[in-house]
Design a protein around this ligand. Structure first.
Ligand code: PEP
Length: 252
């Protein structure tokens, strides 16, 4: 039985006052017991958020980590061990904004995946196709390649302690959402791919959907059999809307 996870990616949003207000809203929110909830603040706010969250049922994650797990000479980066020290449980790896805007390669993504795990954090590996790739009928191929890069480099067992997030790039921050059937088809494909390696892994791994998830579409998406919650960007910046989304992932 997979416990759903709803993860709020705050991206590069929030001045201190905004974060205080958001955390205050989360502390008062009506969140379901049968859903794991996590928030991913910008690095500069991680410690503040960990300290201000008065409830232990909300986990904190980081949006990125350095390729090298320990401390060292890598100006501007933040290591997985430093994030773990701040009590982060999860790290986003391979988000499309980092793949496409910041040019992160599969090799870098694998290195960050390893770093996260070596610091006892759980990587949330993001995969997904661009609009052009979808229109060219390449969705499954792209997702298989992105997952395959990690499996080939690190072995399929590396996914035992990981989460996968399917995030079609054309749906991120655009207001466009994959239909529940479109999303389910890709999630089922990912699970089938993993099942070819290990039936237990395929059954146990959580596969989140991300891409303009909102209070109005979350229940339909999360109702699909292979969608185990969501990675939520814009809508996670409002505590009321985010908690509605979290509730939509419960009682499956
Ligand atoms: C994201 O940043 O991972 C995301 C899915 O953003 P949004 O929900 O705003 O589309």
């Amino acid at each position: 039985m997979r416990k759903p996870l709803v993860a709020g990616n705050w991206k590069m949003h929030g001045l201190r006052a905004d974060i205080v207000e958001l955390v205050d809203g989360l502390n008062k929110a009506d969140l379901p017991d049968d859903v794991e909830v996590a928030v991913f603040p910008p690095f500069i706010h991680v410690e503040r958020v960990v300290g201000a969250l008065s409830r232990s049922d909300i986990k904190v994650g980081a949006q990125d980590c350095a390729i090298q797990p320990g401390q060292g000479a890598l100006t501007g980066e933040v290591s997985a061990s430093q994030l773990r020290d701040l009590e982060c449980k999860y790290v986003l790896v391979g988000h499309s904004e980092r793949r496409l805007v910041l040019g992160e390669s599969d090799q870098v993504i694998c290195d960050k995946f390893v770093s996260a795990q070596s610091a006892q954090m759980i990587p949330v590996l993001c995969v997904g196709e661009t609009r052009e790739q979808r229109e060219a009928g390449e969705t499954f191929e792209v997702v298989r390649e992105q997952l395959g890069a990690v499996i080939d480099a690190l072995g399929v067992q590396s996914l035992v302690s990981a989460v996968v997030a399917y995030e079609p790039v054309w749906a991120i921050g655009t207001g466009l959402t994959a239909t529940p059937d479109e999303a389910q088809a890709v999630h089922a494909e990912i699970r089938a791919l993993l099942s070819g390696y290990s039936k237990d892994l395929a059954e146990e791994i959580r596969i989140l959907y991300g891409g303009s998830v909102k209070a109005t579409n979350a229940a339909e998406l999360f109702g699909m059999p292979d969608i185990d919650g969501g990675l939520v960007g814009g809508a996670s910046l409002n505590a009321d809307e985010f908690s509605t989304i979290c509730r939509a992932a419960g009682c499956k």
